[in-house]
Design a protein around this ligand. Sequence first.
Ligand code: DGY
Length: 425
Amino acid sequence: MNNVLYDQAVEILERNDLGHYTVPTHGLYPFQWNWDSALSALGQYYINESRAWTEIETLFEHQWEDGMVPHIIFHKEDDGYFPGPEVWATNRKVPSSGITQPPVTGFAIRRLYDRAHDKDMAQRRAKALLPKIAAWHNWFFANRDPDGTGLVAIIHPWESGRDNSIDWDDAFSRVPTEGVGEFTRRDTMHADPAHRPTKEQYQRYIWLVQHFRSLSWDNSLLHDASPFRVVDPGFNAILLRSCADLAALAEELGDDVLATEQRRLAEKGLAAMETLWSDKHQQYLCFDRAAEALIDSPSIGGLLPVFARIEQSRADAIAARIDDLGRRVKYLIPSHDPDVEGYDGARYWRGPSWLIVNYMISDGLLRDGHKDTADRIIADSMKLIHIGGFAEYFDPMNGAPCGGPHFTWTAAMVIEFLKLTGEVA
Ligand code: DGY
């Protein structure tokens, strides 16, 4: 049975492969997405090692001169997606969006490198990517942490990857909707509107895009000019894990300067992460930098720090918190606590379980000695696939598939789990 699942996952990766990049799924997301590509490369590795490196290299071919790596690369025209290149108007040769996404490539290339069968190729390709990924990390600290706190802010919910999380509700309500104008969404033509963000949220998403566009996408201005500035522990954990992994890889490849620089960023950030800890919730919380207050909202963003090397006592508390969630949902890990107002088990990041998050969290838990919790997460992930196929996300109560079908990174994570558990050799 598991060989069948493996073959189906491979089929999805191939179906969504456009040669030098992969679409998350045809229709709903017809371009290259940043963190989708990084995580999908892990699955591609098992099909074609070289192709996995290409996925990440293609992304970095579109890195901006200041170091930013956009969240969408519009490789070719497709009017089935909104907002398209004309809305972003970033003025690039190959159009891209003007915001970024969770920087997970440092983690991904270290994993590709460690697993490589072809070490010469891996060394050559990792060496070429190292300075580019480091430049992206450094861009974050220069542009998204102007006061040098050690943690970076997102300036648009889409940057977090957790587009419509309950975490953003209050901060996002300060983003205006006036003057945005009429537009036609395309996402709700491909996916059930009940699984997607609301119209009002879309108006605010687009208001921010228009605002940044009016500032010519000048990243030295955007942080302070954005009414939405939130420090997301999950986003920062991904960045800090990538800094640490890049440091380890740089050391192995003989680049001690880069290794020291990236290790320092990771250490400083991890120390600062403590300011986001909530004793009440026994997890981390987001910090609203514009309002200067913690956001009292227990989401998956506050559990993701276990992906980075947080203190053991914090990792233990997060494992206990996930065990507790596991008694209240059938399929871990809900993207929001189900007993909190606003939870919606089918609506994107307001409750559904996601395999990529399950993968990152279980990776940290296994490293930190919480095998039982990790095993439950992995077992639940596989049950979800058996129930609903390779969907974008799943209702944590009944396992119903939600969002888009035939999803690339879901398939990549299935391959990862099958290999990790030894169910497929
Ligand atoms: C979308 O269009 O829903 C994406 O998540 C934005 O990146």
